[in-house]
Ligand binder design. Structure first.
Ligand SMILES: *[C@@H]1O[C@H](CO)[C@@H](O)[C@H](O)[C@H]1NC(C)=O
Ligand SMILES: *[C@@H]1O[C@H](CO)[C@@H](O)[C@H](O)[C@H]1NC(C)=O
Ligand SMILES: *[C@@H]1O[C@H](CO)[C@@H](O)[C@H](O)[C@H]1NC(C)=O
Ligand SMILES: *[C@@H]1O[C@H](CO)[C@@H](O)[C@H](O)[C@H]1NC(C)=O
Ligand SMILES: *[C@@H]1O[C@H](CO)[C@@H](O)[C@H](O)[C@H]1NC(C)=O
Ligand SMILES: *[C@@H]1O[C@H](CO)[C@@H](O)[C@H](O)[C@H]1NC(C)=O
Ligand SMILES: *[C@@H]1O[C@H](CO)[C@@H](O)[C@H](O)[C@H]1NC(C)=O
Length: 370
């Protein structure tokens, strides 16, 4: 709708007598939106002036059922780039149970997450209120700076509060492990053998397609479950490397029938050290955003990600109570924060730059909020 109105408006101004026939059509192709204008100038036999008939057909991109947003934007208008007619995104999560208004209004499917143990006794009531069909569980329980829940306690909480949701037909995602959480998940699956795990979400940060592919196949091979990738990113500070990684891993995930959904990290504007954001400093899609959100095969007019001191909107501060989320999460959800790049798949080594970046963000976000 956004693109349509800006496109038709100049036509109305420049043509004397104009008939505009507008229809939004769902297509079965996977290409990004295109706008076709069919203008026929017809001579008439009467004495009235020539009239121009303009037929504008906006082709709405077909949503990709797998492709979602790890939504960490802090400016409420930023959602508009992901729910435009050109976007192929179909779902969104915010690491919390309750969606902010802009996401409710966006038409994208919101998937709630029970981030940690806090307030889990209210989960059933909240899920009923939301009418949600799917639940994501604990965020990076294997990581002491995220939900940090041991496997046996997670299994106990699961049986008490999460498993009963099966009776309402809700699909249940396992706790979302970090890049180095495979041992945790192994323990959890053993402890939770009575649990219904409909799919396994996981996160990965690192450098190179090989490491990501290894982890993806290891998890599939070991657990033989449908996978969701609920955060992943290339941590190179070279925009081209990040873009190529995004482009090729998305194609791979689209091709695997045991990968049900994925959400690139992340949907937010740039900040220090960040090269995996999908929005530019003005909230427009950068190169990665055009490829991910609009399924563009060719990038146009994309701003590079700045590397200097932070400008523009803040991405959420990692590992902070409410950091970055005060504008998009209700008070009851304070606590959930997205995990930033933290670990490599092999050794649990921190990606130093991202930790430093996170600390800086934390400081800036705190100054911003208070
Ligand atoms: C263009 O619009 C005219 C007038 O509505 C119609 O007769 C013609 O078939 C259209 N052409 C195409 C290619 O859609
Ligand atoms: C996109 O989201 C905004 C606000 O969240 C909403 O007002 C608008 O109608 C949505 N657009 C579409 C095409 O769904
Ligand atoms: C797991 O966490 C629970 C709750 O915090 C704690 O009571 C328990 O001792 C922990 N178990 C292990 C093995 O650390
Ligand atoms: C993996 O799961 C599928 C379907 O859930 C099942 O048919 C298959 O036998 C399983 N494979 C192994 C090796 O367990
Ligand atoms: C970024 O990566 C591209 C592709 O590998 C390479 O051609 C380019 O030289 C790199 N840029 C820098 C500044 O390293
Ligand atoms: C949100 O982003 C838009 C577009 O960049 C900008 O005009 C607006 O001022 C921003 N709002 C806030 C509250 O920063
Ligand atoms: C993404 O990869 C495809 C080939 O798989 C290529 O055709 C396309 O140009 C790439 N897109 C970008 C923006 O590099």
């Amino acid at each position: 709708m956004l693109f349509l109105s800006t496109f038709v408006f100049p036509l109305l101004l420049s043509v004397a007598a104009t008939t505009t026939n507008t229809s939004a059509t769902k297509t079965t192709s996977s290409v990004a939106a295109s706008t076709t204008t069919n203008t026929t100038a017809a001579k008439t036999t009467s004495s009235v002036a020539a009239s121009t008939t303009t037929t504008t057909t906006t082709t709405t991109a077909k949503p990709n059922p797998k492709r979602g947003l790890a939504y960490a934007a802090t400016n409420a208008t930023d959602i508009l780039k992901a729910n435009s007619t050109a976007s192929v995104a179909s779902w969104v999560y915010t690491w919390s149970l309750n969606p902010p208004d802009n996401i409710v209004e966006s038409g994208l499917e919101f998937i709630p997450m029970q981030w940690g143990a806090a307030d889990i006794e209210n989960l059933a009531v909240t899920m009923k209120g939301l009418g949600a069909k799917t639940l994501l569980a604990f965020n990076e329980p294997d990581f002491d700076q995220q939900s940090n829940i041991n496997a046996s306690y997670a299994a106990q909480l699961w049986m008490q509060y999460i498993e009963p949701l099966k009776a309402d037909g809700i699909r249940l995602g396992a706790p979302a492990i970090s890049s180095s959480g495979r041992d945790w998940l192994t323990d959890f699956m053993n402890e939770c053998s009575q649990c219904t795990i409909d799919f396994i979400p996981f996160h990965w940060y690192g450098d190179g397609v090989g490491g990501f592919t290894d982890y993806l196949y290891q998890l599939h091979g070991q657990f033989n479950k449908t996978l969701w990738v609920t955060e992943w990113a290339e941590t190179s500070t070279n925009d081209t490397v990040v873009l190529d990684f995004l482009n090729s891993t998305v194609a791979m995930l689209d091709s695997l029938d045991w990968v049900e959904r994925y959400a690139w990290f992340g949907y937010f504007r740039p900040n220090d050290g960040s090269h995996y954001n999908l929005l530019d400093v003005n909230g427009n899609l950068n190169a990665a955003g055009q490829v991910y959100i609009d399924a563009a095969t060719k990038v146009v007019n994309a701003l590079p990600n700045p590397t200097g001191s932070g400008t523009g909107d803040l991405a959420p501060a990692p590992n902070t109570a409410g950091g970055g989320y005060t504008t998009v999460s209700p008070a009851s959800d304070v606590g959930p924060t997205p995990a930033f790049a933290t670990q490599t798949p092999s050794g649990g080594r921190r990606v130093a730059g991202d930790v430093a970046w996170g600390s800086l963000l934390f400081a800036v976000a705190m100054a911003f909020i208070w």
